[in-house]
Design a protein around this ligand. Structure first.
Ligand code: PLP
Length: 390
């Protein structure tokens, strides 16, 4: 069965051009970039090139790029650093819809005496910057807000938020794991202090990330030991993956504008046709700015897990807006924070597209999903009640 892969916000295929770039750095060019000899030196040159490529995509300077092991590490390192830089400050601001890489860490910090404000979002998943302004005080060490939401694709007004935060002297960090490579970013004209990204969301392999740290931003490393990454992240570099990350960023920079337009057209067609063919649907985050590749569609009176399994039987890979916790199906924290009604949140499915998504992939979902929903609505007690009402 051919897979129709529409779960790119979970992870992406490694681009073959990226794979070819990293391939020699396992069995042939395996030197340690810190070594003095020529053999390590040639790897160091490629690591430097990768750093320059990442910097170029972000409109940053190469020495502002710190390679890490994943987006989660970058998020953790940013928050921990700010708390060490300002040991006297005990307040953190974030939002209710962050990825657990930020949210779990912040919630854990409350057990160590930190005060954490989780900003609310409206029905579209959007922030209210007045709430941010009111929450900031002299005690705020760091504000960490995501650039774009992994479940809904909703884009926060991050530049405005960063400017508000900088006026109060706190550090501003953004988790841009879902945004980088999908929408343009330019750190040269930004007020952001730190920004996280992750290789596997932009066609590089899993297990490599980046933390952008603006020049002049005080920083304390989470991992200490060797002097790698200018003392900001100890540990021998994951050279092959770093080189892959550089190539992935170069490709994103070259093709993003064209790809984003094509992907947006595919996503919009999927959205239009599904909402026309399936009654009682709504688009989560549909009334605000969203990533071009993400569609989170809520279908009333059905359960996401059932839909995913039946789609999977047809070769279609998507994900749901629920997390299966301790045997009970809880709607995701993002949809709950948006106030999506329980009957809709349960039946929320996320389709996330990439440069490899084709017209045929979209046609397949348009053909397969509507009959799956009718079948499930007939089977579920909620669905039957709804059909009787009609
Ligand atoms: N932040 C966001 C918004 C994400 O979507 C993810 C991954 O799903 C992460 C952070 C974590 O990245 P990684 O898997 O590289 O640790």
């Amino acid at each position: 069965m051919r897979e129709i892969y529409l779960d790119n916000n979970a992870t992406t295929k490694v681009d073959e051009r990226v794979f070819e770039e990293m391939r020699p750095y396992f069995c042939e060019l395996y030197g340690n970039p810190s070594s003095m000899h020529f053999f390590g030196g040639q790897v160091q040159k490629k690591v430097d090139e990768a750093r320059a490529r990442v910097a170029s995509l972000l409109g940053a300077l190469p020495d502002e790029i710190v390679f890490t092991a994943c987006g989660t590490e970058s998020d953790n390192a940013a928050i921990r650093s700010a708390l060490e830089v300002f040991p006297e400050k005990r307040h953190i601001i974030t939002s209710r819809v962050e990825h657990p890489a930020v949210l779990t860490q912040c919630r854990n910090l409350t057990k160590r005496g930190y005060r954490v404000t989780e900003l609310n979002v409206d029905g579209n998943g959007q922030l209210d910057l007045n709430e941010l302004e009111k929450a900031l005080d002299e005690d705020t060490a760091i504000v960490s807000l995501m650039y774009a939401n992994n479940e809904t694709g909703v884009i926060f007004p991050i530049e405005e938020a960063a400017r508000i935060v900088k006026k109060k002297g706190a550090i501003f960090h953004t988790d841009a794991v879902q945004a980088v490579g999908k929408i343009p970013l330019n750190m040269a004209e930004s007020a952001i202090d730190m920004l996280s990204l992750s290789g596997h969301k932009l066609h590089a392999p899993k297990g490599v990330g980046v933390l952008y740290v603006r020049r002049g931003t005080p920083f304390r490393p989470m991992l200490v030991g060797g002097h790698q990454e200018r003392g900001r992240r100890a540990g021998t570099e994951n050279t092959a993956s770093i080189i892959a990350m550089g190539k992935a960023c170069e490709l994103a920079e070259q093709y993003m504008a064209d790809e984003a337009g094509r992907v947006r057209e595919l996503r919009d067609r999927l959205e239009r046709e599904l909402t026309a063919l399936i009654p009682n649907t709504r688009i989560n985050g549909g009334g605000t700015d969203r990533l071009p590749n993400t569609l989170s569609i809520a279908m009333e009176f059905v359960e996401g897990e059932g839909i995913l399994l039946l789609l999977s039987d047809k070769g279609i890979c998507a994900s749901s807006g629920s997390a299966c916790t301790s045997g009970s199906l809880e709607p995701s924290h993002v949809l709950r924070a948006m106030g999506v009604p329980f009957t809709c949140a349960h039946g929320s499915i996320r389709f996330s597209l990439s440069r490899f998504t084709t017209d045929d992939d979209i046609d397949a979902v348009i053909k397969e999903l509507p009959p799956i929903i009718s079948r499930l609505r007939e089977m579920s007690p909620f669905g039957r009640e709804y059909l009787v009402q009609k």
